[in-house]
Ligand binder design. Sequence first.
Ligand SMILES: Nc1ncnc2c1ncn2[C@@H]1O[C@H](COP(=O)(O)OP(=O)(O)OP(=O)(O)O)[C@@H](O)[C@H]1O
Length: 353
Amino acid sequence: MPDVHTDGVSGAAITLEHLTKTFPGSTLPAVDDISLHIEPGELLVMVGPSGSGKSTVLKMINRLIEPTAGRILIADEDVTGIDPVGLRRKIGYAIQSSGLFPHMTVAQNIALVPKMIGWDKERVTARVEEMLTLVGLEPGEYWKRFPRQLSGGQQQRVGVARALAADPPVLLMDEPFGAVDPITRASLQDELLRLQRELRKTIVFVTHDFDEAIRLGDRIVVLRERSRIAQFDTPQAILASPADDFVSGFVGAGAALKRLNLTRVRDLAGVQAANGAPVGRSLAEDATLRDALEAVLTDPAGRAAVTGPDGERLGVVDMASLTAAVHDMLQADRLAAEEHLRESAESRREGAA
Ligand SMILES: Nc1ncnc2c1ncn2[C@@H]1O[C@H](COP(=O)(O)OP(=O)(O)OP(=O)(O)O)[C@@H](O)[C@H]1O
């Protein structure tokens, strides 16, 4: 498999073609004819109810499960026929409850795949140090600990470090943050987004939490039973225009509020220039509109200052500017979703012609 390094993207495209799995003894397939193209460097979230076959799809990509039919291409290479052990060294895999080996130290866990593929000792040591730092764990402190001496969130970080250690172009993550409390989960999600901005791997991330999906995904594929695709689109498009009742049920209540998590204050056109009036709360320009709403609602004067990286004041948001911005944003989402639906209906018609 060639490593792809263009425009800072280190990930490789993944294509699933008519991928199907029927387990021995089952009459119905667990995964029934799924086809999907994932762009290099994309973070794709697969979301769907329990039993919809998400984990089975993931495990077919790294051949922990052999497909009954169909094929998988990674960077245009058909990997359905190649040696699964070799393949797995090119695909990082992080799972719920971290999957760390309990009898190995943190460093030994992270070093596993680099050692297996024959890196020399110095390179492995340097890599372990780099990975620990990357996931926010002080190497000196955590190097020799065993997994049981870490918190759940720290174990997940080590799990991610281990999955990334051999610098694979593809990273598969199966509910990696499922077992930690909501606050740790949010910080691990932020951490993953930060890492991904730097690394630009192709990531397939499985969850059954739609909020997690919209927070993380460049695109989301919503699966119904037997991994049939209910909708495959950007978080914005799915929130603005769920394809059917099944997807609406998944999106849940409060789509407009969820949308606030997807926009940063710096992207607001309507931030007023600072006018010298005293403002209590302040917000980083990286804050989400949801953070901005929280700040405005809890500020006695109903206003919050937006500050730049050095603390300089860039502008002020208040309820009126937020309302206007959110209105415009939802309107733009609706138009984009309608346009998109029209385009896909047209291409289906052309395909059928
Ligand atoms: N080894 C197996 N043998 C037989 N059936 C299996 C096997 N593994 C999974 N299945 C079945 O395949 C279906 C899909 O399972 P899978 O674990 O892929 O779902 P999932 O969407 O990941 O679910 P969850 O969110 O609960 O983890 C289920 O009905 C499950 O019972």
